[in-house]
Design a protein around this ligand. Structure first.
Ligand code: PHE
Length: 455
């Protein structure tokens, strides 16, 4: 078979079909659902933003994700090597190169949010952040992020933990961790959501989340929603190329992608239902920004029986969800470094993490010693968050669509996605191809340029 003859000798891969789904979902579901989705929805007007985000997921997210996994599986190598193999002697490998840069910048701020989550596990155990007084939960969070030593040490703890898991290898490390723990997160979110819905005044939160107010939608809001779609599905920066390379040849890529997308949206909705009723019931501001999760959730727990215990479990599960996502971000540079330069995985992992300690520190210290250091009016934390989702990943997405639509072509597209004709979905694939060739790249380009204020 073509696929296996292209494969690099002895690459690790996911060992079962369920493992593939769980690991891909493990990459998609993360702090994006419980931290970023609520904070962006809150800051950008609620339901209208949610609607645009869902549209972006369908029109742009889905086609890009399918194309990315498809190319990754075909080439079965790292994200730079994918294009060196599929289009030798062309500059398309730059897609992979930009992806590596994006991966570093995402990890730089993501590891800091994970650091807050980890710190909250301990705060939850100590019971110190648990309070239904908004002033108290806000103060607890700002005390943490304004302390440079704590911000930095928690981030290093996160990076060291992740390094340990990565060194165990793809299937054993990633698969084992994600497979066991995702279902628990779903269940806990349902519990918190139900509690939040029963708070007096919860209705206002639900209206905020589900009754669109289109006056809030501007070009930059649309760009933010599209950026969230990229970030959520881990696309446009090489993660899905790399995970695709671990996909089995008999895996149904479009069906797996659809399932991951649906489950991911579902988790975000649950997080929204857990957070927004509480925001309004306790008098928080929906536009609080990145602190939203950390100040509202403790207030919900403070109002429920066994709240102390549940809060510990909630932050432990959030930490685990963040882990699956971070493993998949790091997989991009680690696989490029080890397969391009022939380094051992151990060496590639250690050097990547050391580099991240340095770059990540600028994000970690963004609320304390470096709070005055701004580029384009943003701290390093905000800049990395903004630039990756709203510039780098969309550019990656455009290039992936162009490569798939114009270089890879309809014939190989249909072959690859139908597993050489074994899956009978040809008409759907023809439509999907046209969307990938024309609709998605043009849409991404227009939304990006307009949102950035270029025209
Ligand atoms: N999708 C992940 C989340 O929502 C973040 C992520 C982005 C993971 C890019 C991999 C690559 O948390």
């Amino acid at each position: 078979k073509l696929d296996s003859s292209l494969a690099v000798a002895k690459r690790d891969s996911f060992s079962s079909s369920f493992g593939v789904l769980a690991a891909t979902l493990g990459s998609a579901v993360g702090l994006g659902n419980i931290w970023k989705f609520p904070y962006l929805t809150g800051a950008n007007g609620g339901a209208g933003f949610l609607l645009v985000y869902v549209l972006a997921t369908l029109l742009v997210g889905l086609p890009v994700m399918i194309a990315e996994i498809m190319l990754g599986r075909r080439a079965k190598t790292d994200s730079v090597g994918t294009f060196k193999k599929l289009a030798p002697g062309t500059p398309w490998w730059l897609i992979g190169g930009f992806g590596v840069i994006a991966a570093f910048l995402i990890m730089a701020f993501y590891s800091e949010v994970a650091a807050w989550v980890l710190a909250y596990v301990f705060k939850a155990i100590a019971g110190s952040a648990l309070s239904s007084d908004p002033a108290h939960t806000s103060a607890a969070f700002s005390q943490l992020i304004h302390d440079p030593i704590q911000s930095l040490l928690w981030q290093w703890a996160v990076l060291v933990l992740i390094g340990g898991i990565l060194l165990m290898g793809v299937s054993k490390g990633i698969e084992a961790v994600t497979k066991k723990l995702m279902p628990l997160l779903f269940i806990l979110l349902v519990v918190v959501g139900v509690r939040s819905l029963l708070l007096p005044g919860a209705g206002e939160g639900l209206r905020f989340l589900f009754e669109p107010d289109f006056s809030k939608i501007s070009a930059s809001v649309v760009l933010t929603a599209m950026g969230l779609a990229f970030f959520k599905l881990s696309i446009g920066m090489g993660t899905m190329l790399t995970y695709g390379s671990y996909f089995r040849d008999d895996q149904n890529i479009p069906a797996t992608t659809l399932r991951v997308m649906t489950a991911d949206l579902f988790v975000s909705m649950l997080a929204g239902i857990a957070i927004f009723p509480a925001v309004f019931a306790f008098g928080f501001k929906p536009e609080a920004g990145p602190s939203l999760l950390f100040i509202t959730i403790p207030a919900v727990f403070a109002n429920m029986p066994l709240g102390h215990l549940f809060m510990v479990v909630f932050f432990v599960l959030s930490a685990i969800a963040a882990t699956g996502a971070m493993l998949s971000i790091l997989e991009v540079p680690v696989s490029v470094l080890s397969e391009r330069f022939g380094w051992s995985r151990a060496k590639a992992t250690v050097l990547t993490l050391l580099a991240l300690m340095a770059i990540g520190a600028t994000a970690a210290l963004s609320n304390s010693v470096l709070s005055g250091f701004k580029l384009f009016g943003m701290t390093m934390f905000d800049l990395f968050d903004y630039v990756t989702s709203n510039v780098l990943m969309p550019i990656g997405g455009i290039m992936l669509c162009l490569f798939t639509g114009w270089v890879w072509g309809p014939q190989r597209f249909r072959e690859a996605l139908s597993n050489n004709g074994k899956l009978a979905n040809q008409p759907v694939l023809s439509v999907l191809f046209l969307v990938t060739r024309w609709v998605s790249p043009l849409l991404i380009l227009v939304v990006m340029l307009k949102g950035l204020g270029v025209f």
